[in-house]
Structures are given as C-alpha cells and as structure tokens.
Design a binder for this molecule. Structure first.
Ligand code: GCU
Length: 353
C-alpha cells in the first residue's frame, strides 16, 4: 500500500478513536497529542472538556509553541474546564481534511492556511494575492486593526466554523532542486508545488512556470522524485520540514505574505460561557503578536543553520520582474469580486494613511 494511503487510513482511525474518547467523557489523553494542563489546577466540577487542535507542521514551529502556551493559559484561566490538545505533523490529516473535521464537529480546532477558508468565503482570497503587503509587519498591522477583519471573520460562521484568530506565517519564496531563480525569466518550464487554490495556479502561469497543487505532506517526495521542480514556502517550513535536502536552491522572491488561521467549530465556540469566551478571545488575539515575535527570533537562526556548501541562497532576486508579471492577474481578481476588492481597498487605505 502507498504510504499516502496508509497515512490517510491512520489519521481516519485516530479521528474515529478520538470521537469515541469524547463520547465517554472528558479529561483523557488521547493519541499522540501534547496536552498542556496547568500545574495542579482542577475544574471545579472535576470535568475537563478536551478540544483537539490539528496542526500540519512540527513541534518546533512558532505557531505550535504559541498554541502550547495558549492551551496552558486557557486551562489555568478556566480552572481546568478546558484543555486544548495539539496534534502536530498532520496526525489528524492534511489541512483540507481537518477543516472538514472541524466543520462536522469531529474535532474542535485546526490551523489551516488561507486557501481553506478561501474555499468557502471570497474575502480570504485577497490575501492570496502576491505582493499585497510590502512587509510582514504591515500584514500583521492590518490583521490587528482593520475594521474589515470582523466582516472577514464573520463570513465563515454559516459554514460551521469561527475564525479564532489570524496567525502570521512568514513571507514565501521559491525553492528548487536544480537551478536558482534570479528573475521571473528563470521560472520558465519549472513545475512548482503550490497550495490548493486556483489563484496559485494562475500565479504560477503568470510567472511563466506551472503549478502542481498538493497538500504539504506530499512535497518532500514530490520534489525528491522529480514530480515537481520545486515549491514555495516560508523559511521556517523550508528548514523545519527539511526541504533543503531535496531542493537546495533557496531564492528570495518574497512573493507572498499569506496568513494561517486558527479555526474553531461553531459547536465548540458556542458552548463557551460568556466569561470563558472572553478569556479564549483574548488569548487568541494575543497569539498574533506572540507568533510574530517567536517567528522573528527563530527565522534567522534556522536559515543560519543551513550548510552553505550544500544550500545556495540567492538574495538578489529581481522582484520587480515578478511584480510586473502578476499585476494583470491581481487586477483581474480585484475587478471580478466585490469582497476581494473590499479587502484590497482596505489594505490600500491602510498603506496610504
Ligand atoms: C505554510 C503555512 C501552512 C501551509 C504550508 C503549505 O507553511 O504556514 O499552513 O500548510 O505553508 O504550503 O502547505
């Protein structure tokens, strides 16, 4: 049996077992999750409600570190009424599957990239536009202050989940197996793995390559076996997931600043008392800056850890050539959808302030 099929079967089995463990009650540790109980505090009633949080990356990732802390703080602040258990490394499945599990209430929470809420609500697609933001600080500022954020968040409730918070996910660049990329001309003929959205397929076409969308867990083997010439992602994921082993050319194209989102099922969110919800909302809002701070402190060390005799880092990329190539595609998106335009206009308004 193919390893992908085995992985899918295992995660389906784990989800079934987890569902059963929730039926018999609260408080148990399930699967390979990391719980984050506070020290010595117990729920007043003796019951702890366990929420499962799916994550597709490693325990070293800044988002994982911050979620672990959030879980502990939430447990303590609710006197042990809630425990969030983290399931890293796609243990519960790839992001698309975990979104479906959240929607159907099989699990309570997941961290997914922007394309997934974007598959149900157009607002999110604005963040998929290359070069929308000029810096990660600008993107984070937008997430924290723009009045349009509430409207974006509210738009998913009808699809069974709430957006608990925006999570910064760095700046994405290209990495390839055989050749560096110095300008958009070098993209010709390259097959690049992208996240699963038509916007990225169009993006790669505009850059002169072609897109092969797939889930994250398949990237390493796809590059190694030559199914794709490379992929694009942020520095943390490039190093943590060891993509540099199969794609040793990192080219700093900085073409996308696209966020991840922490999702929570309507049932879980609606079950919170007013007081517990206020705690949860506060912790989630604080996670934005915490992830960014952790990111900033991890990213340089990780890139510096790469062996430069094996990995070629190209920093002097002609970024304007990428911007020029994508301009008409971005324009078409803005023109064709009023919700995308609304977000785009709000970003421009913030920039012009
Ligand atoms: C980033 C992002 C993930 C996403 C991944 C991908 O690492 O943070 O949420 O899954 O890219 O390219 O699939």
């Amino acid at each position: 049996m193919k390893s992908k099929t085995v992985k899918k079967l295992l995660s389906a089995l784990l989800v079934t077992v987890l569902g059963a463990s929730m039926l018999v009650g609260c408080g148990g540790n399930a699967g390979s999750a990391a719980g984050s109980k506070g020290e010595g505090k117990k729920a007043a009633s003796g019951d702890t409600r366990v929420w499962r949080l799916a994550f597709n990356q490693t325990e070293d990732h800044p988002q994982y570190k911050v979620m672990k802390e959030l879980s502990k703080e939430f447990y303590e602040a609710t006197d042990g009424r809630y425990e969030i258990q983290l399931f890293p490394n796609e243990t519960l499945g790839a992001q698309r599957e975990t979104l479906e599990q959240v929607q159907s209430g099989v699990i309570e929470m997941s961290i997914v990239n922007n394309t997934h809420p974007g598959s149900v609500s157009d607002y999110f697609k604005a963040f998929d536009m290359p070069f929308l933001f000029d810096s990660i600080d600008e993107a984070v500022e937008f997430a924290k202050t723009s009045p349009v954020m509430e409207e974006i968040k509210d738009s998913t409730v009808q699809y069974g989940f709430h957006i608990a918070t925006y999570l910064p996910a760095g700046t994405r660049s290209m990495f390839t197996a055989k050749t560096p990329i110095k300008s958009v001309a070098d993209m010709k003929g390259l097959k690049i793995r992208t996240m699963e959205s038509d916007i990225y397929v169009n993006m790669m076409d505009a850059f002169g390559g072609s897109a092969t969308p797939m889930a994250m867990g398949e990237i390493y083997t796809a590059v190694q076996s030559g199914v794709v010439s490379g992929a694009e992602n942020n520095e943390i994921t490039y190093v943590n997931s060891k993509y540099y082993e199969v794609a040793p050319y990192w080219s700093q194209t900085n073409h996308l600043i696209v966020p991840d989102w922490l999702l929570i099922s309507n049932d879980a969110y609606d079950s919170l008392s007013e007081e517990d919800r206020a705690v949860f909302d506060k912790l989630c809002a604080e996670a934005i800056d915490k992830v960014q701070t952790q990111w900033d402190s991890d990213v340089k060390a990780l890139m510096d850890s790469l062996d430069t005799s094996k990995v070629t880092i190209t920093k002097d990329v002609d970024i304007d050539s990428f911007k020029k190539a994508i301009e008409p595609v971005n324009q078409e998106l803005i023109n064709k959808n009023s919700n995308i335009k609304k977000v785009y206009d709000a970003v421009q308004e913030m920039k012009n302030k």
